[in-house]
Ligand binder design. Structure first.
Ligand SMILES: C[S@@+](CC[C@H](N)C(=O)[O-])C[C@H]1O[C@@H](n2cnc3c(N)ncnc32)[C@H](O)[C@@H]1O
Length: 198
């Protein structure tokens, strides 16, 4: 693992969970971002993965990179422990790293399934396009499922990741595949400001 800094992201800016992709083994469920343009979207996709129990975030291209670690220890880091459970890899050939996986292209295209009725596969690799483009055809053709979020307008990239991962969590909880966290557990886990009723 090496460390790096993600610019323009309001989570922990110092990250030490950047993995060496050449040694990595793809582990579903996972998220892959194709050539993202903005660091804050990669950061907020990382945050979504941490919040919804996804252990790997891959991204391609070189428009978002982690700067080399400067060694400062940021005070926020401690209360953001959850991020450390997510491995990050910047690697163009991410597909080669997965064996048993169901690639799901998340994109507005003809012939896609709506998220409303979508049954999430057991081993998904959710693939999202860039802010200023879409998933390239050759990658789209490799996907077993095509998924659209029925929103009136196109969502921000990180928002789309959040919606899909939340939907997966909600459906798994309803199906009894995942535990529904009680409010007590949520209050214990959340390290941010806690609102009181008074
Ligand atoms: C901001 S959108 C891309 C914009 C759009 N392709 C364009 O050229 O204007 C970034 C990514 O978020 C995802 N996304 C956003 N809204 C979506 C929706 N309603 N359904 C499925 N995917 C969506 C897709 O993966 C998309 O490639």
């Amino acid at each position: 693992m090496s460390a790096g800094v993600l610019r323009g992201f309001d989570g922990p800016t110092q990250l030490d969970n950047l993995g060496d992709p050449t040694k990595a083994v793809g582990k579903a469920p996972a998220v892959a971002l194709i050539d993202p343009r903005y660091g804050h979207n990669v950061g907020n996709a990382l945050r979504a993965c941490a919040c919804f129990g996804i252990e790997q975030l891959w991204w391609t291209g070189n428009r978002v990179q982690l700067d080399s670690w400067k060694g400062e220890r940021l005070p926020r880091e401690e209360r953001m422990k959850g991020y450390k459970n997510v491995q990050m890899f910047n690697y163009d050939r991410f597909f080669d790293k997965f064996k048993d996986v169901t690639p799901v292209a998340v994109e507005l295209r003809p012939g896609t399934e709506s998220l409303i009725e979508f049954e999430h596969p057991e081993n998904p690799l959710y693939i999202f396009g860039p802010e200023d483009g879409s998933i390239p055809r050759h990658l789209n053709n490799l996907c077993h499922r095509l998924l659209v979020i029925p929103s009136h307008n196109c969502l921000n990239l990180a928002a789309a990741v959040n919606v899909v991962l939340y939907d997966r969590r909600a459906k798994r909880v309803r199906a009894g595949l995942e535990e529904n966290l009680s409010i007590g557990e949520l209050l214990k886990e959340h390290r941010g400001p806690i609102l009181s009723n008074s």
